[in-house]
Design a protein around this ligand. Structure first.
Ligand code: PMP
Length: 354
């Protein structure tokens, strides 16, 4: 069976080299005569994996020793709760949130368990088809939370506001895809299952000096400081996802890092949006200026062509093009590992629909 053109939104395509090295590690990890699945997370063979997986994030994001990286279970969804647990004051806690989509709204819902949440701006009124711009975050907030890329709606924040408090960002679906000044953020989190690696692990990168200031009693697993102290070994970490994440990030580092990935991602997005704009059979859901380079959500202008289009892309070996169940239409996810050749195949199929 030849490799499909995989536009899946996550879990998603990873570099072929990562699949091959991961498969080898399951059979015999680093030639030690054991599978990575059967060794202790505290063994001399695995501990360096965790150490390097933490260090490489800081190298790629160009962050210094004032930041710590931890790998946790529970998905990005657990971070919706851990962020307020660790950053919202126990007394009169108050946080500001930007509501740009389903995941942002889920983060808001969890934070409300712990204190006051002010939604400073929302694009819900227009089905999350744009990124709100003219809002301000006033004084007195424990932190401001935003979502850099809205995986379902295909919108992406191009700039980030200057705020008089900690800037916290859910970068699950566009981390490592474009150059940003990451030192602007006090806390970044990302479920691994897009640009980082397989599902099952979440990366949190936090500036140490924002922790320990809430006066809140934090349950052990939810406490970032404890995970930092235990070097992501407070409990048994998801060893295999961490290893595959390390391989993915090493692949990125060896191929020019984030800057080179950004150039490749821009070329892929330009090719696909170019076809959508040129071809009267297709249109996007969102405002042009807010289009995501990672998730291109689009639809047919003539629904009667659905069967023809669906049959055509499936016949071309394309996988994972259906839109999210809440939005319908189509979604082509152009994550780091997706080759431009796959986008070319999709564009040819779109071009054939008349
Ligand atoms: N945030 C964003 C931006 C996402 O795209 C997703 C999942 N696709 C989540 C959060 C939730 O992640 P998880 O399934 O790891 O909890």
């Amino acid at each position: 069976m030849s490799k499909k053109h995989n536009f899946s939104a996550g879990p998603c395509i990873l570099p072929q080299e990562v699949f091959e090295k991961s498969a080898q590690a399951i059979l015999d990890f680093n030639g030690i005569g054991l599978s990575i699945l059967e060794i202790s997370h505290r063994s001399k063979d695995f501990v360096p994996v965790m150490e390097e997986a933490r260090a490489i994030v800081k190298r790629l994001l160009k962050l210094g020793d004032d930041y710590e990286v931890v790998y946790l279970g529970g998905g990005a969804s657990l971070q919706f709760l851990m962020v307020p647990f660790n950053l919202m004051k126990a007394e009169n806690g108050k946080a500001a949130y930007l509501d740009t989509g389903t995941w942002a709204a889920n983060a808001i819902k969890e934070a409300k368990h712990l204190g006051q949440v002010d939604v400073v701006a929302s694009s819900k009124d227009e089905n999350y088809s744009y990124i709100p711009k003219n809002y301000t975050v006033g004084e007195g907030y424990d932190y401001f939370h935003c979502t850099s890329n809205n995986t379902i709606y295909g919108t992406q924040m191009k700039t980030f506001p200057d705020v008089p408090t900690s800037l916290v960002c859910d970068m699950s679906s566009d981390i490592f895809s474009r150059v940003l000044d990451f030192s602007k953020f006090d806390l970044i989190y990302a479920g691994a299952q897009k640009n980082m690696g397989p599902a099952g692990v979440t990366m949190v990168c936090v500036k140490k000096d924002i922790l320990g200031k809430t006066g809140r009693n934090i349950p052990s697993y939810l406490d970032y400081s404890l995970h930092i102290k235990k070097e992501s070994m407070f409990n048994t970490p998801p060893v295999f996802p961490v290893y595959a994440t390390l391989l993915t990030l090493q692949h990125l580092e060896n191929n020019g890092g984030i800057a080179a990935a950004e150039i490749r991602n821009e070329a892929k997005a330009k090719l696909l949006y170019g076809e959508i704009d040129r071809n009267p059979m297709f249109e996007t859901f969102c405002k042009e200026e807010d289009r995501s380079l990672m998730n291109v959500s689009f639809k047919l202008t003539d629904e009667s062509k659905k069967e023809e289009f669906d049959n055509a892309w499936k016949a071309a070996g394309i996988n994972g093009l259906n839109g999210h169940r809440s939005l319908g239409g189509y979604r082509a996810s152009l994550y780091n590992a997706l080759p431009i050749e796959s986008v070319q195949v999709l564009v040819e199929v779109m071009n054939s629909i008349k």
